[in-house]
Write a protein that binds this ligand. Structure first.
Ligand SMILES: Nc1nc2c(ncn2[C@@H]2O[C@H](COP(=O)(O)OP(=O)(O)OP(=O)(O)O)[C@@H](O)[C@H]2O)c(=O)[nH]1
Length: 565
């Protein structure tokens, strides 16, 4: 396509309509520029013709005036005989040849040339007649000259000349009228052209304004379209950037989860990542307890919403349906554990499922609105990643437990206890949080062994181990310290909470009904000694000694009781 063709700015394609419009405007401009030139040339030629006619009439008039002057001089001299009367005659006859010569080039066509030839002939006849009568007056006196004048020859010549010149002058007068009419017409035509040119200019300005406006509107529409496209691209770029940022944060979170050895350590990791993955949200992550009767809260973020420590699977619609459940503000089914929810926020509950097994629950309160759908998709993806990360932690925990767990009781072994106590003391020191150590010793266990056999003793130890495992929080560590001595490490737990926890366990043990075969074994009881960091000891050894002393006190005070250091 020709590059000079106008372009439609809205679509970027050539617009034939604009091309033709530009061509018509150019044509009108060319005509408007040419019209004054053509029109003034016409007027100029008429003016020149008028001047010629005027010059010619003047030449004929002058010739007639010269003839009259010559005749006046002749008459004066004939009547008076005074030579001074011949002055006009002399002057006229002297100018006559020039006057006749000036006429010749002014002849317009053969008719006028013939008329001029006749005028020339009569002028000479008249001049000869004048010269003759003057000569007669000079030589023969007045009577002879008067007789010559009286024979009317000169008058005849003069009349003929008047008639010839008069006809020419009349004809010239008619020509002058015609030319004046033509000039008036030309000037009128010029005026009309001027009006038309002005009207055309006004029309062109109007058309140009319309075209410019249309073009500007087209440009504005194109600019608007381009702006909207740019906004779309920016939005896509923003979404893509948010997606890659989310992926990067998710990868970082999984990496952090990979370094964990126990699921309860998620409380230290998840609050750093989940607010980035779900901006503006608050929520909690729950994991099933080993007993799978309740889900225990392991991490929270946002802080604006209260999440209970324990959630029963029956309390959560997502766990009942096996898929994400969304409770919009003031509408639909609400899970009791979400409470009333935050104003203007939707509550999302997403089961954390790995390889078909529900490991936990992600609860998030997200701002209700246009981003809610993307938050839901993000929450689904996050729950999958959390399930994967948790499943890996559980796997590692299982592997670790295989080397750190006592086979008889299912409790951690002494080696693990030593490591854990050291690590938890560091953590307690860093967080400036209390830590409780509970030493447990079964009462009269030797008697049980001796009376019912070692196997019965093992049954008791296994049952007590289960009570401990299920009776402590996920973050607590229950270990077999040695023989029938057991120990609990309770992080972030003060003396009062430790006593409460120990009392619960003590009562649960005392309520056990155990059988060895058909034999009902006697009631099992245990004594508890509690020491708390930092009040009862600075390090693991002094804390253990303090707990041991408290246990000794409990034994001596009658057993089946809890004593604090
Ligand atoms: N069945 C069984 N018994 C064990 C095991 N480990 C230690 N014991 C027994 O636990 C008993 C510990 O008894 P003692 O430390 O004397 O104290 P006790 O009889 O519990 O009396 P108090 O602690 O004073 O209430 C010993 O008889 C050990 O043989 C074990 O793995 N299985």
């Amino acid at each position: 396509m020709n590059d000079t063709q106008p372009t439609d700015s809205r679509t970027g394609t050539r617009d034939p309509g604009l091309y033709w419009l530009a061509a018509v405007i150019l044509l009108i401009v060319a005509c408007l520029a040419a019209l004054p030139f053509v029109s003034s040339r016409e007027a100029d030629s008429t003016m020149v013709a008028l001047k010629n006619v005027s010059d010619k009439a003047h030449a004929y008039d002058h010739l007639l005036d010269l003839l009259k002057d010559a005749e006046t001089g002749q008459r004066g001299y004939v009547i008076t005989g005074d030579a001074s009367f011949l002055a006009p005659y002399d002057s006229a006859t002297a100018e006559m040849p020039d006057a006749l010569r000036r006429l010749a080039p002014l002849a317009d066509g053969p008719d006028e040339r013939a008329t001029q030839a006749e005028i020339d002939r009569y002028v000479h006849l008249k001049l000869d007649e004048l010269a003759r009568t003057i000569a007669l007056r000079r030589t023969d006196g007045l009577p002879a000259a008067a007789a010559a004048v009286g024979d009317r020859t000169g008058k005849t010549y003069m009349d003929r000349l008047r008639a010839l010149i008069g006809d020419r002058v009349d004809a010239l007068e008619r020509d002058r009228h015609t030319l004046r009419d033509r000039l008036a017409t030309t000037l009128g035509y010029n005026t009309l052209l001027g009006i038309l040119a002005s009207a055309a200019s006004a029309l062109m300005i109007g058309v140009a304004l319309y075209v410019v406006r249309r073009s500007l509107r087209g440009r504005a529409q194109a600019a608007d379209l381009a702006r909207r496209q740019a906004e779309d691209h920016a939005e896509q770029a923003r979404a893509s950037q948010a997606r890659s940022q989310r992926l990067a944060v998710t990868a970082e979170m999984l990496q952090a989860m990979d370094s964990l050895t126990r699921a309860d350590e998620l409380r230290d990791v998840l609050p750093g990542f989940l607010p980035q993955l779900l901006p503006g949200s608050a929520g909690a992550v729950y994991l099933y307890r080993h007993s799978r009767d309740f889900l225990q809260r392991v991490a929270t973020w946002g802080g604006a919403v209260h999440h209970p420590d324990l959630v029963s699977p029956a309390q959560c619609w997502s766990l009942r349906f096996g898929r994400m459940h969304v409770a919009e503000p003031g509408a639909g089914l609400r899970c009791p554990h979400c409470g009333d929810g935050a104003p203007g926020h939707a509550d999302l509950c997403v089961p954390m499922i790995s390889q078909g097994e529900v490991l936990g629950l992600l609860v998030a309160s997200v701002p209700a609105g246009p981003d809610s759908a993307s938050d839901q998709a993000a929450a689904n993806a996050i729950s999958e990643q959390l399930a994967l990360g948790t499943s890996n932690i559980n796997l590692r925990e299982v592997l670790r437990r295989q080397s750190t767990v006592d086979e008889l009781t299912g409790l951690y072994n002494r080696r693990y206890f030593d490591e854990t106590l050291r690590r938890e003391l560091f953590r307690a020191e860093r967080k400036r949080a209390a830590l409780a150590l509970v030493m447990i010793d079964l009462d009269h266990f030797k008697r049980m062994n001796d009376t019912y056999g070692h196997e019965a003793g093992d049954i008791v130890l296994r049952a007590v181990g289960q009570v401990l495992r299920e009776g402590v929080r996920r973050s607590d560590v229950a270990c077999r310290y040695g023989g029938e001595e057991l120990v609990l490490v309770l992080p972030e737990c003060d003396a009062a909470a430790a006593v409460r926890s120990a009392e619960t366990i003590r009562a649960t043990i005392a309520a056990l009904e155990l059988h060895h075969g058909d034999t009902l074994l006697p009631d099992v009881t245990a004594s508890f000694g509690i020491a708390v960091w930092p009040a009862n000891g600075d390090d693991a050894a002094t804390l253990l000694q303090a707990a041991d002393r408290a246990l000794y006190t409990a034994k001596h005070a009658g057993r089946n009781r809890v004593c604090t250091a």
